[in-house]
Design a protein around this ligand. Structure first.
Ligand code: ZN
Length: 210
């Protein structure tokens, strides 16, 4: 399952996306957020949707059955708990959420892959970590820089991400890069750049699925 972060209609539906939903570990979080954007105005939801279609096509070509958590880039949500439920109900062998970050810290750039830790079930343990490492390794092979400001060696253990906390399938969240960094924004916004991310992520998933 591919989960393109956010959605095109989120910003115009604040009541719906600010509604609190279960986020795991006994906590609640807003249903969803609007996401970030480049300084030039290219939005994260548009990026994640475009990227998801590219990854989907690459995986489909290799015989992998792919489902998405949203049908287009025009709707609202789904909420983070619903996104997790879609993966759980589908029995997905791997769940990959796609995002990009929006840090304004000077020089902050690079990708990181979040996984749920401490794990709340078997899938969140070794399988999710193996998926995270496989995608990380292929992104590094593609020449993509690991994050200079979050996690270590492109990996980040998180206990606060609802979609990961609520997943009973091996799940990771890829923050592809920092949209507020001018150099990285150019890569994230270009067709060639997105294809590079897509190929690396698809290869990482294929490596994990074996
Ligand atoms: Zn995001």
């Amino acid at each position: 399952m591919l989960d393109p972060g956010h959605n095109g209609g989120n910003a115009s539906h604040p009541a719906e996306i600010n509604r609190l939903v279960p986020a795991g570990r006994g906590k609640s979080k807003p249903c969803n957020t609007t996401g970030t954007a480049t300084n030039g105005g290219y939005s994260e939801h548009e990026f994640t949707w475009d990227l998801a279609l590219r990854v989907r096509d690459l995986l489909t070509q290799r015989g992998v059955q792919v489902i998405l958590t949203r049908p287009d880039d025009k709707g609202v949500g789904p909420c983070v708990d619903r996104r997790a439920a879609i993966g759980n109900e589908s029995g997905a062998d791997a769940v990959v959420s796609l995002h990009a970050d929006g840090s304004t810290a000077a020089g902050a750039h690079g990708f990181h892959i979040a996984y749920s830790a401490p794990p709340l079930n078997e899938a969140q343990g070794e399988p999710a970590l193996r998926l995270a490492r496989s995608v990380r390794d292929d992104m590094v092979k593609a020449g993509l820089a690991t994050s200079t400001y979050i996690g270590s060696q492109g990996l980040s253990a998180r206990d606060d991400l609802g979609g990961l906390n609520l997943s009973t399938r091996p799940a990771v969240l890829v923050e592809c890069g920092n949209m507020r960094d001018a150099t990285e924004a150019a890569l994230l916004a270009s067709a060639a750049g997105k294809q590079r991310y897509a190929e690396a992520i698809a290869n990482g998933v294929l490596g994990y699925l074996g």
